[in-house]
Design a protein around this ligand. Structure first.
Ligand SMILES: *[C@@H]1O[C@H](CO)[C@@H](O)[C@H](O)[C@H]1NC(C)=O
Ligand SMILES: *[C@@H]1O[C@H](CO)[C@@H](O)[C@H](O)[C@H]1NC(C)=O
Ligand SMILES: *[C@@H]1O[C@H](CO)[C@@H](O)[C@H](O)[C@H]1NC(C)=O
Length: 422
């Protein structure tokens, strides 16, 4: 008997920002002496869900008919690094785009950042979930960083000799990413991306590997039809499982929302959340219009445990995103322009920005062999059933990998078309 060792392996890297030069002195603007509570770490992602929704919208508009996969979490982290060094208007646009409207001041965000990093390290020890994330600030050896930056980012800072050996620096950055992502993402920066006048590279790399709390059995996996649209269909390897899952039939999103937990040693771990609209033209776009942090959280809260028959395709994607136009659409412009104010980083260099990239990859793995192959055609129930017992992901859906503890959306994507996977 062959079991499917169903695992989701996700890896990715986020943003890379090149900065070329800084003036003006000072550090994190306001420093206060408040003793922040331990719960401060969950503050860090208070704006991340809204950021995710707006990033998803921007990417979906840029590539409307394709599969989508990215890590809002990673992008958010890389932009947070920029925020810590940003001043004036550059800082203001980041506060807006990152929805940093909750903190008292910059130090509050800094404390949350530090607390979150500590708690992540503690949890990774003997958890069956493997989640790693690292931020790094690679800066030119010609730039003198503010002392307080050295205090806050002692683990993130790495001095680089961009001027004499840009190619060597590029390879070092790529290998750092490859290492964090367990080699899932070996080369993000291409030849020529780092030049002699590069001054600063801000990066985040993240990796997640989890096993379903209840694994699919390979002998239940069959070739089945996936309805890409009303007149286009393709065969996929459809996995099947029957079990008890939290499901909400959500009126606000006009979709069914299913939560599939990954094996965890604690309650409130990480889940895949699948948002499946009815099979009707444009229903996925309707869901995206209705998706907000509030509607998402409501749907998650209202999920009720039910016996459900789940059908989910095996899938795998890799996506390279030119992040600059996406971030521009999200209101981040000055950060990448000649007037970027990143004087919070350094006393002596004038910083300005170059480019941004995002690479993301998801794989739904099956270890062992698929024991049976059959073709079953499903018929659709486009009207919403009162008491659903089936959750058939045989038409486009949205999925999120969601961390309940921090309420951060780690990864998200849209599965539209099995033929465009790769
Ligand atoms: C930018 O901010 C710094 C300190 O926050 C201030 O000293 C400087 O005058 C500001 N520059 C501009 C152009 O607003
Ligand atoms: C590679 O990653 C491991 C843990 O994932 C870490 O301990 C090690 O220091 C990293 N090596 C480099 C060169 O970054
Ligand atoms: C789930 O239950 C249905 C109805 O009882 C059954 O036909 C199907 O084979 C079951 N699927 C799995 C994967 O056990």
């Amino acid at each position: 008997m062959t079991k499917i060792y169903q695992q989701i392996v996700v890896a990715f890297l986020a943003l890379t920002v090149y900065v070329k030069d800084v003036t003006s002195a000072g550090c994190l603007s306001e420093v206060d002496d408040i003793d922040y509570p331990k719960s401060i770490r969950s503050d860090l992602y208070r704006g991340e869900q809204a950021f995710t929704v707006s990033m998803l919208d921007a990417i979906n508009k840029a590539t409307p008919n394709e599969n989508i996969f990215f890590s809002p979490y990673s992008t958010y982290h890389a932009l947070l690094l920029a925020y810590f060094g940003a001043r004036n208007e550059t800082e203001a646009e980041l506060i807006k785009a990152l929805n940093l409207n909750w903190p008292k001041n910059k130090n509050h965000v800094r404390q949350a950042y530090i607390a979150e990093k500590k708690s992540r390290k503690m949890r990774s020890d003997n958890s069956p979930i493997d989640f790693a994330s690292a931020d790094r600030i690679f800066f030119s050896k010609e730039a003198t960083l503010h002392e307080c930056m050295r205090d806050i980012f002692s683990e993130e800072l790495q001095v680089m000799d961009f001027r004499s050996n840009p190619e060597q620096c590029r390879m070092e950055i790529n290998s750092w990413i490859a290492n964090v992502t367990r080699n899932e993402i070996p080369e993000v920066l291409n030849a020529g991306d780092i030049a002699t006048d590069t001054n600063l590279v801000l990066g985040n790399a993240a990796y997640f590997k989890g096993q379903w709390e209840a694994k699919f059995d390979a002998k239940d996996t069959t070739k089945e039809v996936f309805y890409t649209s009303s007149n286009k269909q393709t065969f996929v390897d459809m996995m099947h499982i029957n079990g008890t899952y939290a499901l909400s039939v959500d009126e606000r999103l006009r979709a069914h929302v299913l939560e599939m937990p990954y094996l965890s040693d604690k309650k409130g771990g990480i889940s895949m959340v699948i948002i499946l609209p009815p099979f009707e033209p444009n229903s996925l776009d309707e869901v995206l219009k209705r998706l907000t942090p509030d509607t998402l959280n409501m749907a998650l809260k209202e999920g009720m445990a039910r016996e459900i028959e789940i059908s989910l395709p095996k899938f795998e994607f890799e996506q390279n995103i030119e992040l600059l136009p996406i971030l521009n659409k999200m209101g981040i412009n000055q950060l990448f322009g000649p007037n970027a104010d990143l004087s919070g980083f350094s006393v002596d260099k004038q910083l300005s920005l170059g480019d941004a990239k995002h690479v993301a990859k998801i794989k739904v793995d099956e270890e062992g062999s698929t024991a049976a192959a059959a073709t079953v055609l499903f018929s659709f129930r486009s009207a919403r059933p009162i008491e659903p017992t089936k959750f058939e992901c045989n038409h486009p859906f949205l999925f999120l990998i969601y961390d309940h503890k921090t309420q951060a959306i780690l990864f998200t994507g849209i599965y539209r078309d099995p033929m465009t996977q790769k």
